[in-house]
Design a protein around this ligand. Structure first.
Ligand SMILES: NC(=O)c1ccc[n+]([C@@H]2O[C@H](COP(=O)([O-])OP(=O)(O)OC[C@H]3O[C@@H](n4cnc5c(N)ncnc54)[C@H](O)[C@@H]3O)[C@@H](O)[C@H]2O)c1
Length: 335
């Protein structure tokens, strides 16, 4: 009998790619997504999509009571750093309180394997780079703190209730599925690669580059862009690893270990698309560290995870294929 996995936020960017990876591996999949940010079109027709909030205890209890789930991949969250600074309560409610509600429903249903979308935002300003999992976790905004609180809650659930959990600290998720049928569509979009592509396509006004006087090789910020299908693959490996191990909370960084500057991203988008990316230099943004690059060696060693999209160009090529065929994203389009 195939193993059944519940995916929260499975209609979103990373979740929809994880759903594809699970299906390819023969898992049975069901999704809970309230479509606050997700897209129905990102969900394959034959996958059950339950459109409600993860904190809706009545419906969650009914779902978890009806079928046995072998594990949960938990992507559902609010993900805008700037908004979290302006509306911290909304972020703690969405990302912390709702996750606790979900964990209680899972505990009642005796589901014991939980893979959590954490973030490099839990580290805060780097004290060394690349950053390994032992790097101090001192988040500098409510979004990062909401992710760190959940990591700590998961450790408490391991001790108290025998939960097995994986905290996957992603760096910058990017790219799109090789099929070109699903990709990134956030509203508003804040991620550099889609913004650069949309600027090149003339769909958005010119790109703003926030600061060109950082102590980096060309003065612009350096980030670690990890392909969304590689992230998806890591979720499967993490799920298998925690299922095979004793209860406990474990953490893995997910990044390529290679940093790319904003100017390098712009140049790569131009090379791949053959279009010019109009941009202007704007002042630095508060709280943007010069460089965030993962040391992903623990995931390589313990999970056997190796990113297949190892170069920025390979990542951008898939993003470009998605945006070229879906210039307005999913059919709701750019608003
Ligand atoms: N994209 C990145 O670069 C990145 C980096 C680090 C961590 N993460 C984390 O990965 C996860 C997925 O990110 P993404 O870029 O795919 O985001 P996304 O917004 O595309 O996907 C999140 C999905 O969760 C759904 N959702 C939100 N709140 C919900 C709720 N209460 N009940 C049910 N569904 C709900 C949304 O409708 C959406 O489909 C998030 O937890 C995010 O914090 C993302």
């Amino acid at each position: 009998m195939s193993r059944r996995v519940l995916v929260t936020g499975g209609a979103g960017f990373v979740g929809s790619h994880a759903v594809r990876a699970l299906l390819e591996r023969g898992y049975a999949v069901e999704i809970v997504d309230d479509l606050s940010e997700g897209h129905r079109e990102a969900v394959p027709r034959d996958v059950a999509l339950h459109v409600y909030d993860i904190a809706d205890r009545g419906r969650m209890d009914a779902l978890l009571g009806a079928r046995r789930f072998d594990g949960v991949l938990h992507f559902a969250a609010r993900c805008y750093v700037g908004e979290s600074v302006r509306e911290p309560g909304a972020y703690y409610r969405a990302n912390v309180a709702r996750t606790v509600e979900l964990l209680e429903a899972l505990r009642a249903a005796k589901v014991t394997a939980f893979v959590f979308s954490s973030s490099c935002a839990t580290y805060g300003d780097p004290v060394r780079t690349p950053m390994d999992e032992e790097h101090p976790q001192r988040p500098i905004n409510p979004y990062g703190r909401s992710k760190l609180f959940v990591e700590q809650i998961l450790a408490d659930y391991a001790r108290a209730h025998g939960l097995r959990s994986a905290c996957l600290r992603y760096f910058n998720a990017a790219g799109a599925h090789a099929s070109g049928s699903i990709g990134e569509h956030h509203d508003p979009e804040t991620h550099l690669i889609p913004l650069a592509i949309q600027a090149a396509q003339g769909l958005k006004p010119g790109l703003q580059v926030f600061g060109d006087d950082y102590p980096t090789r060309d003065g612009t910020c350096v980030r670690d862009y990890v392909h969304v299908s590689d992230l998806a693959e890591a979720h499967l490996l993490a799920l298998e690893a925690i299922t095979a191990h004793e209860p406990g909370q474990r953490a893995w960084n997910l990044g390529t270990g290679v940093g790319s500057s904003v100017r390098e991203v712009i140049r790569t988008v131009e090379e791949v698309s053959g279009l010019r990316v109009p941009f202007r230099i704007a002042p630095r943004r508060l709280g943007d560290p010069p460089e965030l690059v993962a040391d992903g060696s623990r995931a390589a060693r313990e999970l056997g995870w190796k990113p297949r999209y190892a170069s920025l160009r390979a990542v951008v090529e898939t993003a470009w294929a998605w945006h070229r065929s879906h210039p307005r994203g999913y059919s709701e389009g750019l608003r």
